[in-house]
Design a protein around this ligand. Structure first.
Ligand code: SF4
Length: 416
């Protein structure tokens, strides 16, 4: 997309839905929902958009227990007691954007780096040695340095070590997504950050990410480019948590309805501090809106009740004790062994190790897997593996994965 050609939102995309959602929310401010409304919504077998909005209301705060029971039962029905594990791998931190909440933004005087293909392979080996077979590759937003071609080269390497390679990168065109899919990417994560367009403009004062609609349509373009799995999310703490959770859920439902073959899931990360002092006026003026644990849990439960079959990812932005408590309430995927610095899995720490944000759960992959087993959940290291012709697919668990680390996949063999 050229800077001088403003992006026109897709006519059959989510952008035109925003006006309808604004009208729906305006007709029923959250404070106007009653306990009776909440009880009725919870008694409904299949929640409507309105029910979802009601479960996000202040009146629903007293109903977290029944919401939690419903969320747990629905999750076990659809996913069993399994949790998929993955880890992020930061390929580069060059960035042309000035997102006011991010430690990688262009104003920050941090060491900028991108991994060479040899370094990508070293990272892949280091992560694969933990037993993980799902990876999420990330970059900042610097198309001239880390555009689709660089990404495709990295993905080809990663696909040799991991059964599932996903990306969290800047919005791309359909052709860009098709290129990385051909290289072996199967999933993408796109955080809209906030669905409040006016607030979005303030939080993103400069850079290509400033184009709200181009980002909003990105998940749909990814599907059109062949992406099998799409993960959406806000960044809770930027705008109103109720509204941003509601929009995320409706965006996920919108995509799932149009693309029933694709796996649509969500993440609900909360703001974390990002280290260094603010480097610009915009950053100094930025005031996050803290989301309490109670409201965070309400958001997660309401979403699970609304979309019982959708995956929910929980990141290391949340502390270990809270992550363990949330596992039975609807979560299906968590990150483990996380480092948010470029090359952080294989390199000795040193200059240029600035993380994008500070994590709250520093447990290793093995520690997280063992803690999940103590909770009665099976940690799943990969996508489904077929044990033999005509037999049922089984998720690969910790014992198998750790036992097979040395001989599981020869480097270069793509078994995606
Ligand atoms: S959030 Fe992403 S796009 Fe924004 S400054 Fe950070 S790395 Fe760049």
């Amino acid at each position: 997309m050229s800077a001088w050609q403003p992006y026109a939102p897709m006519a059959d995309g989510f952008y035109p839905e925003l006006a309808r959602i604004a009208a729906l929310c305006g007709a029923m401010p959250p404070e106007s929902a009653s306990e009776k409304n909440v009880q009725k919504s919870l008694a409904t077998e299949r929640l409507t958009e309105r029910d979802f909005w009601i479960l996000l209301s202040p009146a629903a705060e007293k109903y977290l227990e029944p919401m939690a029971r419903r969320a747990r039962d629905e999750t076990i029905r659809h996913f069993g007691k399994t949790i998929q594990l993955f880890t992020p791998l930061y390929l580069a931190n060059f960035c042309a954007n000035r997102c006011v909440y991010c430690g990688f933004n262009a104003n920050r005087a941090i060491v900028r780096q991108m991994l060479s293909l040899e370094e990508v392979e070293a990272e892949a080996k280091a992560v694969a040695a933990t037993g993980l077979r799902r990876i999420l590759a990330l970059t900042g937003d610097a198309p001239a340095k880390t555009g689709a071609e660089y990404l495709a080269s990295c993905i080809e390497i990663l696909a040799g070590y991991f059964s599932s390679v996903s990306i969290e990168v800047p919005s791309m065109t359909v052709d860009g997504y098709a290129l990385v899919v051909a290289a072996g990417a199967g999933g993408m994560t796109m955080f809209q950050e906030t669905y409040n367009e006016a607030l979005y403009a303030k939080l993103h004062p400069a850079g290509p990410k400033r184009d709200f609609a181009f980002r909003l349509d990105a998940p749909q373009r990814a599907v059109m480019g062949g992406m099998r799995s799409v993960n959406l999310g806000p960044l809770l703490g930027l705008g109103g948590w109720r509204s941003d959770t509601f929009h995320t859920g409706l965006h996920a439902a919108f995509l799932q309805e149009r693309y029933p073959e694709q796996e649509i899931s969500v993440s609900l990360p909360r703001m974390r501090p990002c280290g260094e002092k603010p480097a610009s006026r915009e950053e100094r003026e930025f005031k996050p809106i803290p989301v309490s644990d109670r409201h965070f849990v309400q958001a997660l439960l309401a979403f699970r009740c609304f979309m019982p079959q959708a995956g929910i990812t929980l990141s290391t932005r949340e502390p270990a004790h809270l992550r363990d408590k949330l596992v039975p309430l609807g979560v299906t995927r968590i990150s483990a062994g996380v480092c948010t610095a470029v090359g952080g899995h294989a390199r000795e720490s040193g200059n240029g190790d600035e993380p994008q944000f500070n994590i709250s759960d520093p447990r290793s992959v093995r520690e997280i897997a063992e803690d999940l087993e103590k909770l009665g959940y099976q940690p799943v290291f990969t996508d489904w593996v077929l044990p033999g012709e005509g037999r049922t697919a089984l998720p690969m668990g910790i014992t198998q994965a750790l036992g097979q680390v040395s001989n599981f996949i020869p480097p270069g063999a793509n078994h995606a």
